[in-house]
Design a binder for this molecule. Structure first.
Ligand code: GBH
Length: 488
């Protein structure tokens, strides 16, 4: 157990916001409804259904496109302060370019936003959560520097249309997922794998696209609308396997490769990619016969455009890994994995989720927050994802344990100075878990995907979260009296 054995009752501070999160492709369905265009996930799965472990797709999923009123009812049942959802770019601009607008798509998000505001639930909009319009992917997607301008155009339209109603904006969900998985190891759409090259080009483009939108927001939309804008970054924790010097060094480096690569350019005083990452990739590139480093250079203008370009760090935190340095670098060369050159393991004491990569190590959230404080001078943080996967079933005791222990770790970090003003559980309900399909369930609500209505039923964790939100404390002894939800 963690250090709250002092017996003190810790309370979430006044103003602390609780929410839940989802993403368009994972919940909406309606993949070609009312003029929606094709996203790169639509294209990839329709062409290669075998990419998904259980052969499912996001074509229908929970059908939130038609069930959004029920979704908002669930948010009211939970009593959340905010709902983080994403906009599907091809639903509002079928080809990606802003000349061809799909009004039905804009209307859908307008309806969802209005339904939320009607019940005093703040919308928090992610502009991009992995679902690029296929037409833009045909042009190279995030590996094409023009993507910076395409994204800026798209974002401007969102801010014009919804900026007066929506206070919380997130440009990108997890640049490392977009780039390393989408263009490097090829485990996410567009399933491109130009290892050691495309993913670094992508990182630069995504950061520059983010910075453009921040500038536009800061100059034009903020004053009008008093909102704030951030970027979601995956900050999982890393500890050395043991205190052997090479493992400690490997851990320091790997933190820079996975966290610093995105956080340093935006949140550090100096900006730019971390020096150690620049050095390693430059050295490897040279050895591999490249004329220049595979990591693109950021010019001083680019560095200053990106530096400081966020009001808050939207932190997605799931798990912790233990890092060691392998005796020999056996990763394909060149590749991100070769550059980072680490082996990841877990402690056998950590509970394993349905997702093989997901282990419960709540102390890691505490340590990650303290690390960000020391290294980046107390950034404003909203935790925009944290969660646990299970098999289907309403008795999700493991999710309850995980939720409580991560929230307890968060309370300790806040007590020790972390500036965290909100927390979103991933996820509101079961949804399409990318290449794992429907085989890993992350929902506080279970979804019956076989039923035409995609019936949603609260799990035990939904009742526990509701009680935490209402009481602002984590009461380990709380047990739901019945499995019947009420609207408070
Ligand atoms: C989040 O990413 C995503 O933002 C969200 O859409 C997703 O539903 C949620 O996680 C749960 O997964 O299978 O070993 O190749 C978290 C980071 C990175 C975690 C990719 C899963 C796959 C590892 N994700 N990773 S593996």
């Amino acid at each position: 157990c963690l250090a709250w054995s002092d017996g003190a009752v810790r309370r979430f501070p006044p103003g602390f916001m609780f929410g839940v999160a989802s993403a368009a492709y994972q919940v909406e369905g309606g993949w070609d409804a009312d003029g929606k265009g094709e996203s790169m996930w639509d294209r990839s799965i329709h062409k290669r259904p075998d990419l998904i472990s259980d052969g499912t797709s996001g074509d229908v999923s929970t059908d939130s496109y038609h069930n959004y009123k029920r979704d908002v009812e669930m948010l009211r049942e939970l009593g959340v302060d905010f709902y983080r959802f994403s906009i599907s770019w091809p639903r509002v601009f079928p080809d990606g370019f802003t000349n061809n607008k799909n009004e039905a798509g804009f209307q859908y998000y307008n309806n969802l936003i209005d339904e939320l505001l009607k019940y005093n639930i703040e919308p928090m909009i992610t502009m991009y959560h992995f679902d690029l319009p296929q037409k833009l992917q045909d042009l190279g997607g995030w590996a094409n520097p023009l993507s910076i301008l395409w994204f800026e155009d798209y974002a401007r339209n969102l801010l014009e249309r919804y900026g007066s109603k929506v206070k919380y904006w997130i440009t990108f969900n997890q640049p490392n997922g977009i780039c390393m998985e989408g263009y490097g190891d090829g485990t996410m759409a567009p399933f491109v794998s130009v290892k050691g090259i495309a993913e670094y080009i992508c990182v630069k483009n995504v950061l520059l696209a983010h910075a453009r939108v921040w500038k536009m927001f800061n100059e034009k939309y903020r004053v009008k609308n008093k909102g704030s804008l951030g970027i979601s970054i995956a900050v999982n924790w890393l500890d050395p396997l043991n205190n052997a010097t090479e493992n400690v060094q490997a851990t320091d480096e790997y933190r820079e490769f996975t966290i610093g690569l995105y956080v340093n350019p935006i949140f550090s005083k100096t900006g730019d990619f971390p020096q150690v990452v620049k050095d390693i990739i430059a050295r490897n590139s040279k050895e591999q016969g490249f004329r220049k480093s595979r990591l693109p250079v950021l010019t001083s203008d680019e560095i200053s455009a990106i530096r400081g370009s966020a009001d808050f760090l939207a932190m997605n935190h799931y798990t912790t890994s233990l890092v060691s340095r392998p005796k020999k670098n056996n990763h394909p060369s060149p590749s991100f994995e070769h550059d980072a050159n680490v082996k990841l393991t877990y402690s056998k004491h950590w509970a394993v989720a349905k997702s093989p990569w997901l282990r419960s190590a709540p102390y890691g959230l505490y340590k990650a927050l303290i690390y960000l404080n020391l290294k980046y001078d107390y950034p404003y943080i909203i935790i925009t994802e944290n969660g646990w996967s299970t098999d289907p079933g309403l008795d999700d005791t493991q999710r309850v344990d995980n939720l409580r222990s991560y929230l307890n770790a968060l309370l300790l970090a806040i007590e020790d100075g972390a500036e965290v003003s909100g927390y979103a559980a991933w996820s509101l309900m079961d949804n399409f878990e990318w290449t794992a399909g429907l085989s890993e369930r992350f929902g506080l609500y279970e979804v019956d995907f076989d039923a035409a209505e995609k019936t949603r039923t609260p799990r035990k964790s939904a009742f526990v979260y509701k009680e935490i939100i209402a009481s602002r404390i984590v009461d380990e002894a709380f047990e739901p009296k019945s499995m019947q939800m009420t609207l408070s």
